[in-house]
Design a binder for this molecule. Structure first.
Ligand code: GAP
Length: 493
């Protein structure tokens, strides 16, 4: 019997999250009027706010909270030798396989992993685990024929054609290339960076010298990265253009395991602090180490389609700086006054995807709630986002369009907008307006009513409980500012 390559997926929920993201201005398919571009997405009016807040939460936690970490913003284009030195030209490959009938291309390792997940779902977890171990061993040995044999032995078929008519397994380099200048020859070929890390490595001495940094110190960066992913699925989980938030921590050789453990823990605390629940997060040590690492672990989040990587913590030794020294013929050594000697620092890296963490936040925040029964039954959908990350912090809503309420509400709006992203709305019933804010995750709705004219108070409606409290207008700004402050995240790290 042939095996279907399907993994357990909470499809219904995930579909709802994806359509919610589009319907409420979080994420759109790129160039949608031309039917989109596969694995490329645009962030809409609410998505960009959420993503910017997420990036700020990372930047503040890494750069602002640590006096030995500074930031850079390196160019996407880099000298092509960078990618020779980093090992990406020769080693940044995925094993791919084509189905001859459907002409569809797959990642050979993903086909086997999905088979393993399907086995686990069918109560044969041990068999699935053994399969993954075998795959890891074959990949480690670069035994592509062995991977092909495994796919055939497991009778894995193409989900489109249903056949097992496969080509051999080949390596496929994931870097996008383009030409600089007007002449399109080999010498002018450059790559779109597949990771932001190399922009940090090549600037390590510039920053160390100009910033008078002392080991241990870190350099952080947020920026775009590009990979010609073969399997482009699961919405913004695997994109061809995406954003990374990376930090390279430069340390004394031999101290890497201490720093590796420390960053591993710190980074998990950050994910919890931004609102991802502990039970949906876990570590997964790498079975197969990347070409640059001597220890590596993923932080995985439980998406509706299973536990998947959102961040990698890698001990990269002196692989990158050592190779850049070799290829550039420039000394990249650090004089350590403590040890009274020169060395190439070792590096522990933390590398988290902004888009994947965004997707984790969205999946986690999406909440369907039913209250009451019979006539009183009410359904509502809201996004339970951390207030510091929510796209809009507060909506200012006069309960009617007359009697001077809009003027009073606009005064509050004009004051609050100096501090945070707020909206003003007077159209439709107050209930409808609350719902519109719920679906984008606005933590506070401020209703201005007739009592407001008399005693300068308003009601604040809390998104998650829908409970309302009456507060003085003069206290409003401080109260909301406290709740939406990044301090509420940073204090937990
Ligand atoms: N500098 C190390 C590095 O790039 P990685 O594990 O290949 O390591 C780090 O990538 C993070 O970047 C991943 O954990 C993931 O969050 C994000 N990422 C990688 N490829 C991605 C893709 N195609 N789409 C979205 N995010 C991606």
């Amino acid at each position: 019997m042939e095996n279907k390559v399907t993994a357990p997926v909470d499809d219904a929920i995930f579909k709802k999250v994806v359509s919610h993201a589009k319907e409420y201005g979080f994420v759109f398919p790129s160039s949608e009027i031309y039917d989109g571009l596969q694995a490329v997405y645009d962030y809409g009016q609410n998505g960009v706010e959420l993503k910017n807040n997420l990036k700020q939460a990372w930047w503040k936690a890494m750069v602002q909270l640590n006096d030995n970490i500074v930031g850079v913003d390196a160019a996407i284009f880099m000298h092509p030798t960078t990618w020779k030195a980093s090992g990406h030209v020769d080693g940044f490959n995925d094993p791919m396989i084509d189905n001859k009938d459907s002409k569809k291309r797959y990642r050979a390792d993903v086909l086997v992993e999905e088979r393993s997940a399907a086995l686990a779902a069918a109560g044969q977890k041990d068999k699935g685990d053994a399969l993954e171990k075998e795959l890891a061993r074959l990949l480690e040995a670069n035994d592509l024929k062995g991977v092909y044999d495994l796919i055939v032995r497991e009778k894995i078929t193409c989900p489109i054609s249903g056949t097992a008519n496969w080509t051999e397994v080949r390596q496929f380099n994931l870097m996008f290339s383009t030409q600089v200048g007007s002449v399109a020859d080999e010498a002018n070929t450059i790559y779109l960076r597949p990771e932001t890390a190399q922009g940090i490595f090549v600037n390590y001495l510039n920053v160390q010298k100009t910033g008078r940094m002392k080991v241990p110190f870190g350099i952080a960066q947020i920026g775009k990265a590009f990979r010609n992913e073969i399997v482009a699925r699961q919405f913004t989980f695997r994109m061809r253009e995406f954003e990374q938030m990376e930090m390279q921590f430069f340390i004394q050789p031999g101290s890497e395991m201490k720093w590796y453990d420390e960053w591993k823990e710190k980074r998990l605390r950050w994910h919890k602090a931004i609102g991802l629940p502990a039970e949906k997060l876990r570590y997964k040590p790498h079975e197969k180490l990347a070409h640059y690492a001597n220890a590596a672990v993923d932080i995985e989040f439980q998406f509706p389609f299973g536990f998947k990587e959102i961040e990698g913590i890698h001990s990269r030794t002196d692989f990158d700086l050592g190779n850049h020294e070799k290829f550039s013929k420039k000394k990249l050594q650090y004089f350590d006054p403590e040890l009274n000697k020169n060395y190439v620092p070792y590096v522990v890296e933390t590398s988290v995807g902004a888009d994947r963490t965004f997707l984790a936040l969205l999946c986690n925040a999406y909440t369907e709630e039913v209250t009451g029964e019979g006539e009183d039954r009410k359904e509502r959908v809201y996004l339970k986002l951390h207030p510091a990350l929510a796209p809009v912090k507060a909506a200012i809503l006069p309960i009617t369009k007359k009697d001077g309420l809009p003027e009073k509400a606009l005064k509050i709006f004009n004051d609050l907008k100096m501090d945070m992203n707020v909206v003003y709305e007077e159209k439709d019933s107050i209930g409808k307006r609350y719902s519109r804010q719920d679906v984008i995750g606005t933590p506070f709705c401020i209703a201005v009513d007739h009592q407001s004219l008399e005693d300068d108070t308003v009601t604040i409606r809390h998104r998650d409980t829908t409970l309302q409290e009456r507060v003085k207008i003069e206290e409003l700004r401080l109260k909301i500012r406290k709740e939406v402050s990044f301090r509420t995240i940073l204090e937990k790290i």
